[in-house]
Design a protein. Structure first.
Length: 227
């Protein structure tokens, strides 16, 4: 197996958790692509760990659904098909809509301010044509929204869904989104939240998720989807 540059020897925090975190990051950024076998010997050597905590970490990924264990074959990074894409964004739509409702009943102005900061980072990245920074700021905005809900269960659900979203996007790096469209779409969501306009906010969010599904499940001529 070729060496994965984003992996490094594990130190300090509990090994299984640290290993799972690094493997998850490598899966999200495409270093460990869908269908790739997670070879124990190679990964243990590269991470500088024994096979015990590595197996525990791999089991965590299996439990999250971002890896699959095949009897007599090993553990592989999950492959996502069009039905998976639709299901991921259906679940995200429900999860983020619930987060929006909770935020609106707490302090929507504070949340809007936090989202606006991430949105400014999106706008800056779009102006500079930095798609990596744009994608990171995009994901941060959605993560902030869920975190601001204050729901630990939504946060747990979101953790896996955001990883799966990144997996979808990494598999389609040959498609290029319209940066300005991404910025404008998220601006509308932030402003609807700031105005505490729940019907408009939920409508915009649902349209945002459906647009993602339409783009990700389109043919090769389609543009990539913003998260």
């Amino acid at each position: 197996m070729a060496e994965v540059k984003s992996l490094r020897p594990v130190k300090r925090e509990p090994a299984a958790i640290a290993i799972a975190s690094q493997l998850t990051q490598a899966i999200m950024d495409g270093s460990l692509p869908p269908g790739h076998q997670l070879g124990e010997a190679e990964l243990a050597a590269q991470l500088g760990v024994s096979r015990g905590p590595l197996r525990e970490a791999m089991q965590r990924l299996v439990q999250q659904g971002i890896a699959v264990s095949e009897p007599h074959r090993g553990v592989f990074v999950t492959k996502l098909d069009e039905d998976d894409v639709r299901d991921i964004y259906f679940a995200r739509s429900a999860m983020e809509a619930a987060a929006c409702r909770l935020v609106l009943r707490q302090d929507p102005q504070r949340t809007a301010d936090r989202l606006a900061k991430a949105h400014r980072a999106m706008a800056t990245a779009a102006r500079r044509g930095n798609m990596t920074a744009l994608s990171a700021a995009d994901m941060e905005l959605h993560q902030i929204l869920v975190a601001e809900s204050g729901s630990r269960r939504l946060a747990r659900i979101a953790e896996t869904l955001f990883v799966e979203t990144r997996m979808c996007l990494s598999a389609l790096t040959h498609r290029h989104p319209d940066p300005q469209a991404m910025v404008e779409e998220h601006a509308a969501i932030v402003e609807a939240l700031r105005a505490a306009d729940e019907p408009r906010l939920l409508t915009l969010l649902e349209a945002h998720m459906q647009d993602a599904v339409d783009r990700l499940t389109a043919g090769d001529d389609a543009e990539a989807v913003p998260s």
